[in-house]
Design a protein around this ligand. Sequence first.
Ligand SMILES: [Zn+2]
Length: 97
Amino acid sequence: MESGSSKPGTPMIRKARNYTGAMSIESIPNFTKPAMALWSRFSSEHKKLLLANVWCGACRHEVTITNFTGAVKSGDLLLVGKCAECHGDVAWVIESA
Ligand SMILES: [Zn+2]
C-alpha cells in the first residue's frame, strides 16, 4: 500500500533573514557600547527618521542606510553603512552635543 508521495526530499529549510530595516532599531548588535548609549537617547521616531535620511553622494539624495555599524568618534555618533539604493558606502555623523 503506497500513499502517493509527491515530491520526496522537499527541503523544508527557510531562510528568514530578510533584514529590510524594519528590524528592531532599539538594540543594534553592530553598535559599540558607547554608541549604543548615545543611540538610546534618541526616540524611536527620531531614529527611524535619521536612518531614512542619510545623504548618499552617489544617489544625490537622502536614502535609507542599511547594514550599518555604530561607533563614537570625538563624542559624535558615527554610523557607517550601505546605501539602500545603490549599495554604496554612506556615513552619517550625529552630533551628540
Ligand atoms: Zn546611493
